[in-house]
Design a binder for this molecule. Structure first.
Ligand SMILES: Nc1nc2c(ncn2[C@@H]2O[C@H](COP(=O)(O)OP(=O)(O)OP(=O)(O)O)[C@@H](O)[C@H]2O)c(=O)[nH]1
Ligand SMILES: [Mg+2]
Length: 305
């Protein structure tokens, strides 16, 4: 855990740097908690790409707490801010049940957000925890997508089901479902081609894949993880909303949090959406992928260390 916290902090360095002056000024220079203090704090939160709606909600709660507890010292507010934000990002206590059950995980999202890489990292982490994982190369569309997943499978010593490029993804998923049963695997993780929520034929293809999984693997826990690219900031939030209208996503994977100055977007996404952020990626290696822990995240972002 400590190892990942360091990676997370390193990953969030760009965001921390971009808001450091603002935070120092808010928590250091102000001699009392007044309107100017809140105004400047709001600027800092919005600058981290937390969005106005989320920032406003957090600040009004912070105001209330400060008032109730008669806090006068801006430095004390820093811890209270972290608590307030973390509390907003309510975790789902059943979010990771599927890891310990027989389950199938379908990974979806637009092009290039980090689906295949996240699958590779997740598969290796689950395998390291003793799970018997099966990968399904369900992106038959993009050139080299199958080979890309194969590299992860080889790296982790993990079985993978694939067909040739250009074949029907639903047919690959069918093969994988059969293999999953026959080989008595624990977790099946299916890659899919990148798609936009408004491309009807591509969304229909996803529904077809979903139907095949329901039919072939009845009673197996189904997880649909939507991958969002953190570097796109507020756009990732609107993308998530569109996908939630069009799919049965059950969780979010937030990637590339190491390459962005918009680290606050994780807070917006985790507090605005009806499904939880389950994992985050802060780099390209398996160790750079972890369950999302709101308190750990906010501490890495705002704590004074
Ligand atoms: N720095 C960083 N790069 C990442 C992370 N996750 C993915 N990437 C990189 O993002 C690029 C795209 O990743 P892919 O996994 O191929 O994305 P995809 O969604 O599968 O893409 P398509 O299959 O083309 O739709 C690759 O260069 C990855 O190495 C991350 O957490 N941090
Ligand atoms: Mg891919």
């Amino acid at each position: 855990m400590a190892g990942f916290f360091e990676r997370l902090k390193e990953g969030l360095r760009k965001t921390r740097d971009s808001i450091a002056d603002g935070l120092d000024s808010v928590f250091g220079d102000y001699s009392e908690v007044d309107d100017d203090f809140f105004e400047e704090l709001e600027e800092v939160l919005v600058m981290s790409d937390m969005g106005i709606a989320t920032s406003d909600r957090i600040l009004s709660e912070l105001r209330e707490k400060i008032h109730e507890r008669h806090i006068k010292d801006p430095a004390e507010c820093r811890k209270l801010l972290i608590d307030t934000i973390a509390d907003q990002m309510t975790p789902d206590e059943h979010a990771y049940d599927f890891e310990d059950e027989k389950s199938v995980v379908l990974v979806i999202g637009v092009n290039g957000v980090g689906k295949t890489t996240s699958i590779g990292k997740l598969a290796i982490n689950l395998k390291n925890e003793g799970k018997d994982v099966l990968l399904c190369a369900g992106d038959t569309f993009r050139a080299a997508a199958i080979e890309q997943l194969q590299v992860w499978a080889d790296r982790g010593g993990i079985d993978m089901i694939s067909q040739n490029e250009g074949s029907d993804p639903a047919s690959v998923v069918f093969d994988a479902a059969i293999a999953f049963k026959k080989r008595n695997k624990d977790i099946l993780i299916c890659d899919t081609a990148g798609r936009l929520h408004n491309k009807k034929n591509l969304m229909d293809e996803l529904s077809k894949i979903g139907r095949i999984l329901d039919r072939e693997l009845p009673g197996i826990h189904k997880e649909v993880l939507l991958v969002l690219d953190g570097t796109t900031g507020q756009n990732a939030l609107s993308q998530a909303r569109e996908f939630l209208n069009a799919t049965q996503a059950t969780g979010i994977i937030l990637t590339k949090m190491d390459g962005t100055a918009k680290g606050g977007i994780a807070v917006a996404i985790a507090s605005e959406l009806s499904i939880p952020v389950k994992y985050i990626g802060v780099g390209e290696h398996a160790e750079d992928f972890h369950r999302f822990d709101a308190r750990e995240y906010v501490t890495a972002l705002f704590a004074d260390n």
